[in-house]
Design a protein. Structure first.
Length: 81
């Protein structure tokens, strides 16, 4: 799993999201044995965590960009739809 974790951590947000979507589709089609399903679920969890981390980092960057010379200009920034 360490190799898989390292691989996921090096992926861009877009790559992670695409891979996660593919795994979800594979799980939804069914017909997989339990071991394969668990492997897919484990990788999907790593990808989900990667996407969440990238989004949180992006949110922090946006908030830093919103700082003004007078201090911090606070406004809500939501990445959810």
């Amino acid at each position: 799993m360490t190799d898989s974790k390292t691989e996921v951590e090096e992926m861009t947000f877009e790559e992670s999201l695409r891979a996660l979507e593919e795994l979800v589709k594979e799980l939804e089609t069914g017909g997989l044995d339990l071991d394969k399903s668990l492997d897919i679920y484990e990788r999907a969890t790593l990808l989900r965590d990667r996407c969440k981390k990238v989004l949180e980092e992006s949110e922090r960057k946006v908030q830093r960009l919103m700082e003004t010379a007078d201090g911090v200009e606070r406004s809500e920034f939501n990445v959810s739809r």
